[in-house]
Design a protein around this ligand. Structure first.
Ligand code: MN
Length: 726
């Protein structure tokens, strides 16, 4: 464990004006408070905050951060409290310690409202002072370094996963690559030890094979640069096992196929020298097209600056090179933390270009200054930390992480597949919204369910996550199968009835073998889908009945289906595949046909689609004149009895007077009749008249007829009629 004076020495080495008295007091206070508490390793507990403080001295953080590191677990784990810390160490340190405590509470509560609440605190604390996050990351790093002392494997895995999911990416976003790599590798070693060991061994072999190549190439580069008068530090580095692992997973490559296991870093004195060095290297070696990136003129959001290129280097090897200054390198390794180091640098005022890389931090600080509310914070800066994820909450406070761009429907499926399947809409922060809405960080989402809801094809456009899409496809398959089976069963019943035969299970099961079906429901579904003729089933069951001729029998049977007196089948909700539809998606209206309840209709059994509905007057029916066995007579539900809230598409064509206000008079009339406009197109227009095509939703023929009468009475309409089919 680091001694008190060692820690103070380290701080003084980079900050001569350090408040040693304050650091001493913090050290002693924490020692006393933690008393004889022990770590899982058996070490005195106090060794942990001291090590965390030590990690932060490597980042050259200010005195307040170091004191915070020493005190970071006292509020949570000892009998002290915020007020005591404040009275002893001042408001700044007390606020920082409090902030770290809040972040730690997030880890303690894996479920429930406490977690949601604490996650919000994490976000807010982040925005308050970036030093809270730095202490938290150092805390996590030390915990990960000592993770192997924890005996429960479950707990070790949970902590490692959380580190990989939240803290390593967080360090990355803050530009702290050194932290990120170490956190990732420690987690990787816990979560997939065998993969990590294998990679480590293979890397060692590769290094052995290539001998001293790493140093030789570095030497060649630096000699070349010195010849051109550029003094540069050049060193070769090997990628960490986890970043190689991620690349192998991501790009499905083998280790041997990776060209960039080794990389080189060229450190020069200033920005100009970066571009000069690039020029020298590009002159000497062929550069690989598309690999050159200039992050000096355009820094990354987190302040990262560097030139990247890949060249065909010595021995015809592809070689990745990063060129940067010492300071850029410090920022690349330590990110936001480097800002504090430079800010605290003695006797050196910050110049504009020194601050410039830290736009992320600058923006954050600017927002704090403008005094935005907590909610506005959440929407703005600090959430850039988690740009590839959106965090939302259930009303009970369960935290759900979604990929960015996901919708509330994805949220519903993430909560539970059944919740997703029954989702009709959502309430986001109390506001009713469609489920295609993309939630924002911190949103509380209540899923509104209806037990009659069923997923439709359209849902696939609104779901982004694999889980939701797979569940929707599964539900679609199931409901479609059920709908076809129901339709098929009714079709069979009607052909059997027409032959005065009774359709019973035992009778049908006799035919299963002949027709090569395993179950009745599969057989029903194929009949409904039009892939197995109802007559074939009839003949398989009663092979002797052939004398009436197949076509005549079929035509009779089909006509009998639904239409026969006293056995009238009802098809309510025809063609509108919504909740409770009798045949659901197995029955649909033909394209460009607009039959309404009250119109004469006919169904055509269509291969793979079930029954397609046409208005009896549709011209296209002539094409089926020779295939009467495919015709299914159909009726709407008894007129006037269909559900009043069931709406059907209807198309109107009209000619209107071409003058200002005509269109608004027409749409007003339509609205007066409670008919929703789906689409409106002007098909032709001259000085006096224009032709319109309007798609509307109505209840039935009466409804649309009354509307047409009203439109005819309007002074701006000179012609209007229904389009039944096109
Ligand atoms: Mn701790």
């Amino acid at each position: 464990m680091m001694r008190q004076y060692e820690l103070i020495d380290r701080v003084s080495s980079y900050e001569p004006q350090a408040d040693e008295e304050l650091l001493n007091r913090a050290y002693v206070f924490a020692t006393q408070k933690h008393g004889d508490q022990k770590r899982a390793s058996g070490d005195p507990y106090f060794s942990h905050p001291v090590e965390v403080a030590g990690i932060l001295t490597d980042l050259r953080l200010d005195c307040a951060s170091i004191a915070t590191a020493l005190l970071h677990d006292t509020i949570e784990d000892t009998d002290t409290n915020f007020d005591e810390i404040k009275s002893l160490f001042g408001a700044e340190i007390a606020d920082l310690v409090n902030g770290v405590t809040k972040l730690s509470m997030l880890e303690l509560s894996s479920e429930g409202s406490a977690q949601a609440e604490n996650f919000r605190k994490l976000l807010l604390a982040t925005a308050n002072d970036v030093r809270i996050l730095l202490v938290k990351l150092a805390d996590r790093l030390h915990n990960m370094r000592t993770l192997h002392f924890i005996s429960s494997e479950d707990k070790r895995r949970r902590i490692a996963q959380e580190t990989l999911d939240i803290y390593a990416p967080l360090a990355g976003r803050m530009g702290m690559q050194a932290f990120r790599e170490e956190l990732e590798d420690l987690s990787f070693g816990q979560l997939n030890k065998s993969a990590r060991d294998t990679l480590q061994d293979r890397l060692a072999e590769l290094v052995a094979e290539s001998g001293d190549m790493l140093n030789e190439i570095a030497y060649e580069f630096s000699t070349l640069l010195i010849e051109k008068g550029l003094h540069a530090k050049v060193y070769g580095r090997q990628k960490r096992p986890f970043s190689i692992w991620r690349k192998i997973q991501h790009k499905a490559l083998s280790l041997e196929q990776l060209s960039d296991i080794f990389g080189y870093r060229v450190i020069v004195k200033d920005e100009d020298a970066c571009y000069q060095a690039l020029g020298v290297l590009h002159q000497a070696y062929r550069c690989v097209p598309g690999r050159y990136k200039d992050y000096i003129s355009t820094a990354k959001v987190n302040g990262y600056r560097s030139l990247h290129t890949t060249v065909i280097g010595p021995n015809n090897q592809r070689v990745e090179i990063q060129i940067r200054t010492e300071q850029m390198n410090d920022v690349a390794e330590n990110g936001v933390a480097a800002h504090w180091a430079y800010k605290e640098a003695r006797g050196k005022a910050l110049s504009g270009s020194d601050i410039q890389p830290f736009t992320w931090l600058q923006e954050m600080v600017a927002q704090i200054r403008t005094g935005e509310t907590a909610e506005e914070f959440m929407e703005n800066t600090k959430l850039e930390l988690f740009t590839d994820q959106v965090f939302c909450f259930t009303p009970k406070g369960r935290l759900i992480a979604l990929p960015s761009g996901a919708t509330a429907l994805d949220f519903a499926y993430a909560v539970h597949t059944d919740i997703g399947n029954k989702c009709t809409g959502v309430r986001i922060n109390g506001l009713n919204l469609p489920f295609r809405t993309s939630p924002k960080n911190g949103d509380e989402i209540e899923v509104i369910c209806d037990k009659n809801q069923l997923p439709t094809e359209a849902w696939l456009h609104h779901a982004k996550t694999g889980k939701a899409r797979a569940a929707i496809r599964q539900a679609l398959r199931e409901s479609q199968q059920a709908a076809y089976a129901e339709l098929g069963q009714n079709m069979l019943k009607s052909i059997f009835d027409s032959e005065d035969k009774v359709l019973s299970k035992p009778v049908l099961e006799r035919a299963l073998g002949v027709l090569k079906y395993a179950t009745l429901s599969e057989l029903y579904a194929d009949v409904g889908r039009g892939e197995l003729g109802a007559a074939e089933v009839l003949m398989a069951v009663f092979p002797q009945r052939r004398r009436r001729g197949r076509r005549a029998a079929l035509a009779g049977a089909m006509r009998a289906l639904i239409g026969a007196p006293g056995r009238r089948r009802r098809l309510d909700n025809v063609a509108v595949p919504v909740n409770g539809a009798l045949y659901g998606t197995a029955v649909k209206v033909a394209e460009n046909c607009f039959p309404l309840p009250g119109d004469d209709i006919v169904g055509i059994v269509t291969m793979g689609e079930g029954v397609v509905i046409y208005p009896r007057a549709a011209a296209i029916l002539e094409n089926y004149e020779n295939q009467r066995e495919r015709w299914v007579s159909m009726h709407w539900d008894d007129e006037g009895n269909h559900r009043r809230d069931q709406l059907f598409s209807s198309r109107l064509q009209m000619t209107a007077v071409n003058r200002t206000g005509a269109l608004s008079a027409i749409t007003q009339t339509i609205a007066d009749f409670d008919a929703n406009i789906l689409n409106l197109a002007i098909t032709q227009r001259n000085d006096d008249f224009c032709d319109l095509k309007i798609d509307i939703e109505v209840r039935d023929v009466d409804h649309v007829t009354q509307l047409i009468d009203a439109l005819k009475g309007s002074s701006v309409v000179s012609f209007v009629s229904r389009v039944l089919f096109e």
